[in-house]
Ligand binder design. Sequence first.
Ligand code: SAJ
Length: 456
Amino acid sequence: MNPTDDMPGPRNAALLRRIQKRIISRDFRIVVMGTGYVGLPTAAVFSDAGFHVTAVDKRIAIVQSINSGRSPIVEPLLNELISKSVRSGNLRARQELGAIPKVDAILVAVQTPIRANTKPNLSFLQGALRDIAKSVARGAIVCVVSTLPPGTINRKVRPLLDSLTGLESGVDFFLAYTPERMSPGSAVHEFKESPRVVGGINSQSTEAAAMLFKEVCSTILPTDAASAELSKLAENAYRDLNIAFANHLALISENSHADVMEVIRLANTHPRIGIHRPGPGVGGPCLTKDPLMLDSDAVFGKPSIITEGRRINDYMSKHVVDMTLRGLKSSKKVVRQCSIAVLGAAYKGGVDDARESPSRIIVKGLLPRVREVRIFDPFCSESFGATVAKNLKECVDGSDCVITATDHEMFKSLNLSELKRRMNVNPIIVDARRLINGSSARELGFTYLGLGEGRD
Ligand code: SAJ
């Protein structure tokens, strides 16, 4: 048996008890490496719970924002937590880890992007591990939070840390994978309430990491590191595939005189079915990347349900461009003279995040063909090259076609009569998010094209 896979030995059992005492008394220093959409809520929640947290990020603007008590991103509750913790002295940010005298736990939350060739880029992770190596002392807990390709902890993180520190992970210090499961827009709430998967490289590592996360998360799911890695990827790949299925159904419905929303509503009344919503594509940093990470060892040319799902979801933004051009032509408009209003730049409703947003493909697809593309988003300033409108009215005034690209709350209750008054004659709605009642729109004289709605 591998010595690090056995039951807690007497030495580590005593150490674990000492660590537990210090965690409970909050005499425990935590470093969070990387303060992006994952590291920031992590640092905020731990510091709010009374831990001494140092957040490390290379970006000076982020460090300054945190140290002045302001959240650098729009995320409910985050600003309050950061400002409170900075005031109480529990949270500080810095650009370099440097020589912090005593670190009890290090949580690594740096980005693990996908390269253009769809292979994972682990250079930020490796850089962070090099940075933390000198701070990993005997008895420290190291947790990787970033999303990882299968097998990374055991095959890459563990040997690298052991060689950099000269210590033995699982014996001298504890190493675990604790994937985040936060949805932007409710990150703080979900950080605390989503069951937290904690997978150590051995049972002591799982126990040590669980003791720490138990203080801030309502439920802990202890497991091994490899299963934890795969479970994180499986969740997001499953969601991506489910949305791809909804999108595929939308394309089929358009050719079958059926309405995909009705199809899904009916199917979902079955107690064991839960189909997601179709839309203009899948955006954001997670679902566009994690399925590829799960599939990163796939043999080229081998059939892959994951690759096909990604292709369908990517296709949907182009489909919205095609729907728009079709709508303009069927209304006898001269495409080159048309003005298009795109409602939403963020990748989903309620967030200010435009990463991988379907709106980008929609704007880029329409810009070279029409006179003007205007964009309005209540939270997000990204424009993808379109003209930014200050408000909804400015966006739709004198437009020929309105596209619902993001499901922000305010786009779900558009005043259609006012919209019609503000738009040019023969107004068109391309409802890529299915936020608008198509019958009401048609009664008012709109040409209404709902994604996934088949018509005679
Ligand atoms: N979308 C649809 N139809 C749907 C649901 C979503 O088209 O029925 C689109 C959204 O508009 C968006 C994209 O998919 O463009 C992704 O949205 P999302 O709601 O899945 O949210 P993310 O990517 O912000 O967060 C996901 C979350 N995963 C799940 O809800 C299963 C979150 O829990 C993860 O922690 C997060 O990824 C992550 O960081 O991995």
